[in-house]
Design a protein around this ligand. Structure first.
Ligand code: FES
Length: 120
C-alpha cells in the first residue's frame, strides 16, 4: 500500500501525523529537503511521536524525551530502541510512502485463525 501526500502538507520543523488505518498512523518529518516516515509510536512506551519535537536530525518523544535519529530511526540512548521506518520517495511536490509491510501485518491480524482453505 502506498500513501501519498503533498510536500507542502509537512510543516517545517515539526512532525506531521498521517493516519493510514485504524492500526497505523505515521509521523512524517522533513529535514533539509529530505522526508522521513515512522510509525507514530515510540518503541519505549508507545507515545505518539508526531506530538514530539524535531531537534536537528532528531525526533524527540513527547513522553520521556528519548531522541531518535531521523536518518537511522535509532535511539540515541538507549541504542537498542529503534523506530519502525517506511520508505519515502518524492516526485515533484508529492511524497509516496510505502507502508506495505504494515498493511500486510494489519491484514494478517484480521484474518481469523483456522479459516478453512480451498476444499476444507
Ligand atoms: S514513550 Fe517515548 S521515550 Fe518513553
Amino acid at each position: 500500500m502506498i500513501v501519498t501526500l503533498g510536500v507542502a502538507e509537512v510543516p517545517a520543523g515539526r512532525p506531521l501525523a498521517v493516519r493510514v488505518s485504524e492500526a497505523l498512523t505515521l509521523a512524517v518529518c522533513e529535514l533539509e529537503g529530505s522526508y522521513f516516515a515512522f510509525e507514530n509510536k515510540c518503541p519505549h512506551r508507545g507515545a505518539p511521536l508526531a506530538e514530539g519535537e524535531l531537534a536537528g536530525e532528531l525526533i524527540v518523544c513527547p513522553l520521556h524525551h528519548f531522541k531518535f535519529s531521523l536518518k537511522t530511526g535509532r535511539c540515541v540512548l538507549p541504542r537498542h530502541l529503534k523506530l519502525r521506518g517506511f520508505t519515502v520517495s518524492r516526485e515533484g511536490d508529492r511524497l509516496s510512502i510505502d507502508v506495505i509491510d504494515a498493511a500486510e501485518r494489519a491484514a494478517a491480524d484480521t484474518v481469523p485463525a483456522g479459516t478453512p482453505g480451498p476444499g476444507g
